[in-house]
Design a protein around this ligand. Structure first.
Ligand code: SF4
Length: 188
């Protein structure tokens, strides 16, 4: 009888299923003893996707007492078959690392020091900078006299942490300003 790894762990968590398997003559004793010592025991498992690049490897996320306790590759996903590269393997640190930056930081021109700011201050600052730059450099027509409506002096570097929907909104917002140069850091 063939049981996937994920299905197998789920079955271990369900006493009735275990009973059913044991009735089929499968001895789950050693596997149950092993699973009882696993850190994911008693956790809720959800399927998610690594956000770091367009490979989109499936992950299994284990949550216990409202906290992510483990993230690993999904062995049932046909593309990566449970594998994750170094970035995907470190995915849990995105949520739990004490080094994670959770507030905006600003470094003034010429300064080597990062200063914590609140979101209102930061959004006003970004809006002011973009507006000033756009007023200064917006190109209505190119050298041939064709209307182009573009802003070439602003570059947007986005994030592979963004969902498709967030990327769509960001893309439309940037285009509406005439910005033509954009990318994100998932081009590994
Ligand atoms: S960063 Fe690595 S683990 Fe994440 S989707 Fe890309 S290849 Fe997969």
């Amino acid at each position: 009888m063939s049981v996937s790894r994920r299905g197998f762990i789920k079955l271990l968590g369900a006493g009735t299923a275990c009973l059913g398997l044991s009735k089929l003559g499968i001895d789950l004793g050693p596997a149950q003893a092993y699973a009882a010592g696993l850190k994911i025991e008693g956790s809720k498992e959800s399927i998610s996707i690594c956000p770091f690049c367009s490979c989109g490897c499936n992950t299994l996320v284990h949550v216990k007492d409202g906290k992510i306790i483990n993230i690993e590759g999904d062995p049932d996903y046909p593309i990566s078959a449970g594998g994750l590269c170094a970035k995907g393997a470190a995915l849990r640190s995105l949520h739990v690392s004490p080094n994670r930056i959770t507030k905006p930081k600003y470094r003034a021109p010429g300064s080597a020091k990062w200063v914590e700011k609140d979101w209102d201050w930061m959004l006003d600052k970004i809006a002011r900078k973009v507006k000033d730059q756009r007023d200064k450099d917006f190109v209505l027509k190119n050298e041939a006299g064709l209307e182009v409506n573009r802003l070439e002096s602003v570059f947007s570097l986005g994030s592979s942490q963004m969902s498709n929907e967030e990327c769509s909104v960001a893309h439309q917002s940037l285009r509406s300003l005439g910005i033509v140069h954009m990318d994100h850091q998932a081009r590994v």
